[in-house]
Unconditional design. Structure first.
Length: 307
């Protein structure tokens, strides 16, 4: 919900909104800290509750569960040096990605020389080089490395097509003057809104869009060309619009049945979807309210809004 430098959500949205990836990062960090802390406390309170009374667990305990809990899992096999090196290379890749996209000079002027300002072309090259290095270190062989890289790319083909189609829709709307017509009709609705009301409105409006377009990248490419200019009319930073979009996308992805992560995790844990909703709805409501408050706060404080 508070992705700071995720190139597939924040990156696509920032690019579509015509701003830098680091714009609004202070507000996103604040939202991240508050929401993660809230979620951790919620889960720990639930764990402490069922620890004292297992009957309150969302899933009735079976004899099979008791038998598995009584069994010793044994010692996991120790990783060899090659496997450890692969993990370190993988972790270093993400460290480089985060460091390269953060606008350090905006926070510390003395760090201007180490601000790389990378974006999608550089990040694509970084991941490709890292994949090749990991394949060589892991001794996958030419065929194994090629197959693994192609399979990994295949997982993102759906999102890539959605982004392409969304960009096509944007081009058609711009060239046909549809975008200008829509913006003109919406201008009167947002010019009288306060910054706080507009920021919260962006969050709320993007929630149904997140249901209709499950891909965060496709959602960003489709919505930002319209919503980002509305921020100009309302006198609100475009970074607030981007943050509102990604907060809505992340919030919906916590419970939407179209999320492979949610449904896959529930299947592995053998938790029914209705029971999961019963368990998580208080947290969802709390996260919703906190996000609205933080977005309203961010719109009023220039340091947070990225202005």
């Amino acid at each position: 919900m508070a992705s700071t430098v995720n190139p597939f959500a924040t990156g696509v949205a920032s690019d579509s909104a015509g701003i830098q990836l680091g714009d609004g990062i202070v507000l996103r960090l604040l939202i991240y800290i508050v929401l993660v802390t809230t979620s951790v406390v919620f889960v720990l309170r639930y764990a402490n509750k069922i620890k004292g009374n297992p009957d309150k667990f969302m899933i009735p305990r079976t004899e099979e569960d008791s038998a598995l809990a009584a069994q010793s899992a044994g010692e996991p096999p120790e990783m060899d040096g090659r496997q450890k090196l692969v993990i370190w290379i993988f972790a270093l890749t993400f460290v480089i990605m985060i460091f390269s996209v953060v606008p350090w000079s905006d926070f510390f002027p003395a760090m201007e020389r180490v601000t790389w300002g990378w974006f999608f072309p550089e990040l694509a090259a970084l991941f490709l080089v890292a994949a090749v290095i990991i394949g060589l270190v892991g001794k996958l062989g030419e065929e194994g490395m090629t197959t693994s890289i192609i399979a990994g790319m295949g997982d993102f083909m759906g999102a890539a097509f959605i982004i392409a189609f969304a960009r096509g829709v944007t081009v058609i709307m711009n060239n046909a003057g549809i975008t200008d017509t829509v913006l003109n009709s919406l201008e009167s609705l947002v010019t009288d809104l306060s910054g706080a009301a507009f920021a919260v409105g962006m969050f709320v409006v993007n929630i149904p869009l997140a249901f209709l377009v499950p891909s965060s990248s496709g959602h960003a490419a489709l919505a930002m060309p319209i919503m980002a200019p509305l921020g100009d009319f309302a006198g609100v930073s475009r970074a607030i619009v981007v943050t509102g979009y990604q907060a809505a996308s992340g919030w919906v992805n916590l419970f939407t049945p179209t999320s492979a992560i949610v449904m896959g995790g529930l299947a592995i844990a053998k938790v029914r979807y209705d029971r999961y909703l019963k368990f998580v709805w208080p947290l969802l409501l709390l996260l919703f309210l906190l996000t609205c408050v933080l977005l309203a706060l961010g719109s009023a404080i220039p340091v947070l809004s990225g202005e």
